[in-house]
Ligand binder design. Sequence first.
Ligand code: F3S
Length: 645
Amino acid sequence: MGQTVTEKILSAHLVEGKLVKGERIGLKIDQTLTQDATGTMAYLEFEAIGVDRVRTELSVSYVDHNMIQGDFRNPDDHRYLQDVAAKYGILYSPPGNGICHQLHVERFARPGKTLLGSDSHTPTSSGVGMLAIGAGGLDVALAMAGEPFPVAVPRVVKVHLTGTLQPFVSAKDVILEVLRRIGVKGGVGKVLEYAGPGVATLSVPDRATITNMGAETGATSSVFPSDEVTRQWFVAQGREDQWVPLAADPDAVYDEVIDIDLSSLEPLVAQPSQPDRVVKVREIAGLKVDQVMFGSCTNSSLRDIEAVANILDGRIVHPNVDAGISPGSRQVVAESSASGAFSKLVAAGVRILEVSCGACIGMGFAPPTEGISLRTINRNFLGRCGHKTGKVYLVSPEVAAASALAGELIDPRDLAQKLGIQSFRFQQPAALKVDDRRIQHPAADPSKVTIRRGPNIAPLPVMKPLGASLDGPVLLKVGDDITTDHIMPAGAKILPLRSNVPAISKHVFEVVDETFPDRALASGGGFVVGGSNYGQGSSREHAALAPRYLGVQAVLVKSFARIHLANLVNFGILPLVFQKPEDYDRIDRDDKLSLNVSKITAGGPFVVRNLTKGAEISCDTPVTREDLEVIAAGGRLNWVKGRKK
Ligand code: F3S
């Protein structure tokens, strides 16, 4: 039987288990990436593992999330990352060089390889035909130490593309259409694999936009084949020797098929505060806009800047709109400067923000109170962009540009007709400006590198093994689609604390209930109860590590998002899933629960006793036997170190 692209890469990297759908396997990881917000913790963990050099083919440490150097903490973190990279064999991409995913696609992604990144949008690199997966920092640290990455064999969904995108419709609309159809849980346990004649009409940056935002469906990854378009990308990047073709076999069998006719797509918009609340722009056109943000890892390529420049050319941003751009990389800035596109944005009144993530997480560019912010980013969760009341709409660069001019949400086709704007077709330059001089290479003699640790680099907390029984109160009860932004917010105030667990723990669940950290500490720990898709969103392991530090012992929900479930296990929190979703209603906040952990088995069933209501609630345990050992040991770091003894 023929294989899909996904199956080909999985087979070539299988080191533990069998390729049976849903079964846990161990994958060899060729490349890793970290960014500063997750990287400091990942490297503290890597150091704790005790390996003297990374064992991957390539590992890159990017600094892109937080450039704000309001005091010593952030630059100290950056310096720590730089020293760790030099000592342990990791490439270091300093602040200002680019957003990790854009830069990785440009300079390091390779067809047929595996990439594990401590950022949920790591699948961006799958746009060139590799299998790139987002994970928690500890999983990435273990991969750097040569450990296989544990993952369930995904179901493979063929997204069959036909036709060609029409003028002013772009790759963002493709992934918004996927989200409209399958929602934020529709990709869980799956890889979305793109195929069909429409694939050849999409450039690598288009593909990277689609695989980037595939993360919003909960998918393990999203993959494109490696074809002639990919080859031209590698030629343009001066990396033709790293290109190999990779396609699904003609008789490959997929678990599901989604058909999308690119020709029939229209400009789409995701409404607040979930990326799957997608409607046609024309359905809600006329909405007054306060702010427009271009860029981020989703839409920050040269193609995207040129698409925006085509619309803004010679015009001026509406007086009621604050517009800004976060370009994706130095290469993007160099190319768009040379082509004149960048200066068209400046002339139109667009603020040039740093080459960084910043604005995406509300740093330096947050919406006003109750303000409408149109953004080309990938997620619009409550509070993510810096303000709880800000209403963030996710759109393509074309919709963002047209709306920035009009001062209201508008279909770019309507504005183009009114103003006589010509349609835009991107021509990939045959050779792009390549300048890797800012990438720093590891030290030739690691013994000469002393790692500088500022006072903000706090030691990793020691996690105790799990007791035989867990008793305590329900500290918090939340609903469906709780994101990692709810659990552990990002933003300028909190990001500098990522290397300091006691300090960052004071912000756990503050978006939902500011009293949570104090109550958790005062009660000596307890439980969290949630609805479905608990932990969706980013890969940040602090959303498990910090609650664990505060004493959260188990989380009972209707269902989990993949990366967060893995992070809970990694930090010794017991994940439980209601067998009957309606049992969610049989537990309230402050109820006293009792769990006899000695009776637990992989998969379940497992009974949770609600002492307050005198009820017994049956749960499944969505974990393997090994996971239970990890949880019992107080987390994966303890478990790995115990195994090495
Ligand atoms: Fe950065 Fe936002 Fe992407 S934080 S990695 S630009 S999702």
